[in-house]
Design a protein around this ligand. Structure first.
Ligand SMILES: C[S@@+](CC[C@H](N)C(=O)[O-])C[C@H]1O[C@@H](n2cnc3c(N)ncnc32)[C@H](O)[C@@H]1O
Length: 273
C-alpha cells in the first residue's frame, strides 16, 4: 500500500472512535503522532489500498483478527516482574502470611486472584511466586491466578511464560533459580508457577464469563488509557466480583479518588473492599 506520511484529522477521529467503542481506549490528540507512526508502519504489510480502505474494513466490525491486530499496534504492553513491589509486599504481609499461619482463612482453602490486563504475564507470575513462597510450605492451598489480556501478543507470551534475560536479570538469584529454568536462551517459569496461572484472552469492555468471587484483583496500568466514565464503570464491575475484604490494586499513577465506592484505601493505589 502506498504509505502516506500522515493521517488526516478525519482519519485520526475514525481511529479514535474504533479504539473507544471497542476497547475503551481514549486516544487524545497528543497520541496522534504515536498512532500515526504505528498505523503507517503496520499498513506497510497490510493488503489494503489506503488508510481509508483499511479503516472502512475495521469499522465494518466483521474481521475480528484484523481488529485484534490493530489493537496490538495501539496498545502498550510495558510490564515487569515485581512492578510496584509494595503491592506484592502487601499481599505477602497482609494476606498470604495470615493464610499460611491460619490467622486468616478462606472457604475451601481456595485463593483466587485476577490479573486483568496482564500483558506478557510478569504480573500474574509475580503473584504466583509470592503466593507460592508463602503458602507452599503451609500445604493444602488451592491457588489460581486468572491472567487476561486482549492483546494476541500478550496472551501468547503470557501463555508461553518464557522471558528474555533482560526481563529476569533483576530478580534475586535465589528467586530466579527457584521459579525459572533456562532453556534455549529463554527463562521459562517452572511448572509449579505455570500451573497456578490460567491465561485467557478477554476484552475488558465486553461481557466477562467468570463469576468470581476473587480475593485479589489487580488492574494496573490498564485504565490509564481509558476516560473517566469508562474507568469508573470498569472499577465497579471489578468490585462486583471481589469478595468483601478482598484486595483491589490499580497502577501507581492511578487512583479511585472521586469515585464513590465501597472500598478503603490502605496504601497508594491499593484498596480493600
Ligand atoms: C501497560 S500494560 C499493563 C500490564 C500490567 N498490568 C502491569 O501493570 O505491569 C496494559 C495492558 O492492558 C491491556 N489492555 C488495554 N485495553 C484492554 C482491554 N480493553 N481489554 C483487555 N486488555 C486491555 C493491553 O493489551 C496491555 O497489555
Amino acid at each position: 500500500m502506498p504509505a502516506t506520511e500522515s493521517l488526516t484529522q478525519r482519519q485520526f477521529d475514525r481511529i479514535a472512535t474504533i479504539a473507544k467503542h471497542r476497547w475503551g481506549l481514549a486516544l487524545t490528540p497528543q497520541k496522534r503522532q504515536l498512532v500515526t507512526s504505528r498505523l503507517l508502519s503496520f499498513m506497510r504489510g497490510a493488503p489494503f489500498e489506503d488508510v481509508d480502505a483499511y479503516l472502512a474494513h475495521l469499522e465494518a466490525g466483521k474481521d475480528e483478527r484484523a481488529l485484534l491486530s490493530f489493537f496490538d499496534t495501539l496498545s502498550t504492553n510495558v510490564t515487569s516482574f515485581f512492578r510496584d513491589r509494595a503491592h506484592f509486599d502487601y499481599l505477602e504481609r497482609e494476606l498470604f502470611t495470615g493464610l499460611a499461619r491460619g490467622t486468616l482463612s478462606l472457604p475451601g482453602r481456595r485463593l483466587r486472584m485476577w490479573s486483568a490486563g496482564c500483558s506478557t504475564g510478569c504480573e500474574p507470575y509475580t503473584m504466583a511466586m509470592v503466593a507460592y513462597d508463602r503458602l507452599e510450605s503451609a500445604g493444602g492451598w488451592d491457588v489460581q491466578i486468572l491472567a487476561t489480556d486482549l492483546s494476541n501478543y500478550a496472551v501468547e507470551e503470557a501463555s508461553a511464560g518464557a522471558y528474555e534475560w533482560d526481563s529476569v536479570k533483576d530478580l534475586p538469584r535465589e528467586t530466579l533459580r527457584r521459579h525459572f529454568e533456562e532453556r534455549d536462551g529463554r527463562w521459562r517459569v517452572r511448572p509449579h508457577l505455570r500451573q497456578m496461572v490460567k491465561v485467557g484472552q478477554l476484552n475488558l469492555m465486553e461481557d466477562w464469563p467468570m463469576r468470581g468471587p476473587f480475593d485479589v484483583i489487580f488492574c494496573r496500568n490498564v485504565m490509564i488509557y481509558f476516560d473517566g466514565p469508562t474507568r469508573e464503570r470498569l472499577v465497579r464491575r471489578f468490585l462486583g466480583l471481589l469478595r468483601p475484604g478482598g484486595v483491589f490494586a490499580v497502577g501507581s499513577a492511578e487512583t479511585l479518588a472521586g469515585m464513590d465506592l465501597d472500598v478503603r484505601s490502605v496504601m497508594p493505589s491499593l484498596y480493600v473492599k
